[in-house]
Design a protein around this ligand. Structure first.
Ligand code: TYM
Length: 330
């Protein structure tokens, strides 16, 4: 089976709908056809300040949401990044092969460092994409299913793999980003030209997987639309309505055309009510299962330890090969 690697940051109490649609729902489908590694990337999370007790809780919560959404720890390798020290070790090696300018061109770093200010942005934030490359390359992943915002990081990963291979001999598989067309970017409900993000300034446009139904309903009913009043898909002219249609289409597994037909001649209020049902239908079971899993943290930790064993086995093999190729005395 080809190998797949992907991960999410435990940077919030709940995943948001963009994570769910752009990544998690693809992951659950792909685990059948791939030898899949799904990681909770807590070392990435600490590139910006985190409260230690919260980070522990959020790491478990994120893992629980993976399982609740359908990742099966018996089929896929589910683990926590800091349980596999090879990630930090390979990241160091790759740091030495990454150009300063090359890292500086990463748009996510530019955005985030602007938000935190040049002086409080950490060096860890700067080398964040290099750690991500280490994640992927350790498992010789062929495929990396992510949302659009991670495309540039996977490109860097490919460049680093190719560079290492040509300098030190064939070592890494050069991975491909797998970015699902149409669902690669879910937008903020209040600002439908910006991506939905856990770190958005306001939570009003953010649908959280673990929010209670009435909160989600309120957010959807208040989503920004336009004053044309016609339900149709037009990303440029009607970003709000188009975003609602996209979310509807992915979660209901229906084409956008069939939804537009259903709501033809009806108002946005009806579309939103329909969407509330669809979103609740998808998220309610995930929420319930997450709570069940969190009620037994010992069992959750056991599953994660089991995943870490398998991940360590694979990752350490690659790391040994890298050290040997580079001339690091063993
Ligand atoms: P993170 O935690 O920001 O997001 C996790 C996944 O969700 C996708 N995503 C979205 N997709 C569609 N619309 C949105 N609004 C939206 N918001 C987030 C992201 O593209 C991502 O796939 N750097 C990564 C984590 C990471 C990783 C890796 C991913 C670390 N190492 C190795 C893949 C492979 C990140 O911060 O994702």
């Amino acid at each position: 089976k080809p190998v797949l690697f992907s991960g999410m940051q435990p940077s919030s109490d709940s995943l948001q709908l963009g994570n769910y649609i752009g990544a998690l729902s693809q992951w659950t489908k792909m685990q059948e056809d791939f030898d899949a590694f799904y990681c909770v990337v807590n070392l990435h999370a600490i590139t910006v300040p985190q409260d230690p007790a919260e980070l522990v809780a959020r790491t478990r919560r994120t893992a629980a949401q993976y399982i609740a959404a359908g990742i099966d720890p018996a089929k896929s390798t589910l683990f926590v990044q800091s349980h596999v020290s090879a990630h930090a070790e390979l990241a160091w090696v790759l740091n030495t092969l990454t150009g300063f300018g090359e890292a500086g061109r990463m748009t996510q770093f530019k955005d985030k460092s602007q938000r935190y200010g040049a002086d409080s942005a950490s060096v860890g934030l700067f080398t964040y994409p290099v750690l991500m490359a280490a994640d992927i390359l350790l498992y010789q992943a062929n495929s990396v299913p992510v949302g659009e915002d991670q495309r540039q990081h996977v490109e860097l990963t490919r460049d680093l793999a190719t560079r290492f291979n040509s300098r030190f001999g064939d070592t890494f598989v050069v991975p491909e980003a797998q970015i699902a067309k149409g669902t690669a970017k879910v937008y903020d409900l209040q600002l439908p030209t910006a991506k939905m993000s856990k770190s958005a300034e306001s939570e009003a446009g953010l649908i959280k997987v673990l929010d209670p139904a009435n909160v989600t309903k309120k957010k959807i009913m208040r989503a920004v639309t336009d004053d044309e009043g016609e339900v149709r898909f037009d990303r440029d002219a009607k970003p709000g309505v188009s975003n609602l249609l996209t979310i509807y289409s992915v979660l209901a597994e229906r084409t956008i055309d069939s939804i537009v037909d259903e709501y033809a001649g009806r108002g946005y209020g009806d579309l939103k009510k329909g969407l509330v049902e669809v979103v609740e239908g998808s998220l309610a079971p995930v929420r319930a299962r997450t709570e069940e899993l969190l009620a037994d943290p010992a069992e959750l930790d056991r599953l994660l330890a089991q995943g870490a064993d398998r991940a360590n086995e694979v990752a350490n093999q690659t790391l040994s090969l890298v050290y040997e190729r580079m001339g690091l005395l063993r």
